[in-house]
Design a protein around this ligand. Structure first.
Ligand code: UD1
Length: 377
């Protein structure tokens, strides 16, 4: 079975890495790694391949940035050519970025079975581009691998048959647990002169926070206040950097004394930075999950989350982008410590193993039923 594994943007890399590793263990499977090139900067892409010991992509589409329609369409056009020439038996997509949706649609239209890893997450906020990507990808995929039981429920409510849904755990956590020891050896905190528990980490890139001048200003105002009590380390996403410059906030950010601005970090350095932080402020999806496993309090600068298990069971608190609320919750952690939480079910480092086992069993059975095995051999 030839399996194309799709990666496109930064958060895809840590989800694909354990899948490629696991597929390689099985002789009957041949993995191909395809990178759409949605993210292309060295610091948004290549560094993850090195940190996660991932092989070079077998196929690179080089689509780059663009409006949603342009980026999605470019991926579809290029991916279709690859599917026609490579003729794979199976396609695996992960997460919720434009590349995920574009590749899923293209493959199913050529009748190639598609697995969506991290299916069923819903923020119920259709203004988020990722929510549209999730709904579309889930509705066309043949295998829906979920990270939590609430995701199973979301899919069932949308009418997806139960036999397509598999609760397997979290591949992003497979990667975290596999790399924790290595990350502990990173010297990032030494390089920045930071001591364990004496700083906070911030990440920011959601259009709802950074594309609007007012929301970005509200968050910067909150930071201005919080940094009086604790250093804040801020590796800046390219989208955010662009907007800070566009709105003329560059001088303000430079003047905030305890705000340490960095370029985007690699996986191992960032994991170490989170692990040693007092708390994390973020609008990312994956970081809500990673902080839950690291038991570091997380304040999510969004009005909702598609990952409610991190709030119900983990260390996550939803605070939105209102200045007073961010300050209040940060002070709460500074004064009283934050949520401790527990590890969600099946976030045990074995999700990729479960996924690959299910694919092998089901696909071999399906091919047998269709007589494809004899045809192939
Ligand atoms: C994308 C995903 C988002 C994910 C995020 C993680 C979609 C709709 N969004 O958002 O779900 O959380 O990745 O980072 O798929 N840019 C660079 N260098 C790069 C990539 C992007 O400079 O390597 C700049 C470009 O100006 C680009 C902008 O960042 O226009 C946004 O990139 P894009 O891929 O459209 O979306 P992200 O905000 O990165």
């Amino acid at each position: 079975m030839k399996i194309i594994n799709v990666t496109g943007a930064r958060p895809n890399m840590m989800k694909v890495a354990p899948l490629i590793k696991e597929i390689k263990i099985h002789k009957e499977l041949t993995p191909l790694l395809l990178h759409t090139g949605q993210h292309y900067d060295e610091k948004m892409s290549k560094v993850f391949f090195n940190d996660l010991s991932m092989p070079e992509p077998d196929i690179y589409l080089g689509v780059g940035s663009g409006s949603h329609a342009v980026q999605t369409a470019k991926v579809m056009v290029e991916f279709e050519k690859v599917l026609l020439s490579e003729n794979p038996d199976f396609v695996v997509v992960v997460g919720d970025v434009n590349s995920t949706m574009a590749c899923a649609i293209t493959a199913v239209k050529l009748h190639i079975p598609v697995a969506h890893v991290e299916a069923g997450l819903r923020s119920f906020d259709r203004t988020m581009p990722e929510e549209i990507n999730r709904i579309v990808t889930d509705s066309v995929s043949d295998y829906l691998f979920t990270t939590s039981e609430d995701a199973n429920e979301n899919l069932k409510k949308e009418g997806i048959p139960a036999e397509k849904i598999f609760f397997v755990g979290n591949v992003m956590i497979d990667t975290l647990l596999n790399h924790k020891e290595k990350a502990d050896r990173s010297d990032i905190t030494q390089r920045l002169g930071l001591k364990k528990g004496e700083y906070a980490v911030l990440t920011l890139h959601r259009p709802s926070n950074v594309d609007g001048k007012e929301s970005l200003e509200r968050i910067l105002d909150a930071l201005l206040y919080i940094q009086k009590r604790i250093k804040i380390v801020f590796p800046v996403h390219p989208r955010t950097l662009k907007m800070i410059k566009e709105y003329g906030f560059s001088d303000i950010t430079k003047e905030i004394k305890n705000l340490i601005i960095l370029e985007p970090l690699g996986y191992l350095d960032f994991l170490k930075l989170m692990n040693d932080a007092m708390f994390v402020l973020t609008d990312s999806g994956g970081i809500q999950e990673e902080t839950t496993i690291l038991q570091i309090p997380c304040l999510t600068l969004r009005e909702n989350t598609e990952r409610p298990v991190t709030v119900m069971e983990g260390t996550n608190t939803i605070v939105g982008n209102d200045k007073e609320r961010i300050i209040k919750e940060a002070e709460n952690i500074l004064n009283n410590g934050g949520k401790a939480g527990r590890v969600p079910k099946l976030w045990d480092g074995r999700a990729a193993e479960r996924i690959v086992e299910i694919i092998i069993k089901r696909e071999i059975r399906r091919k047998g039923e269709n007589g494809e095995m004899e045809k192939d051999s």
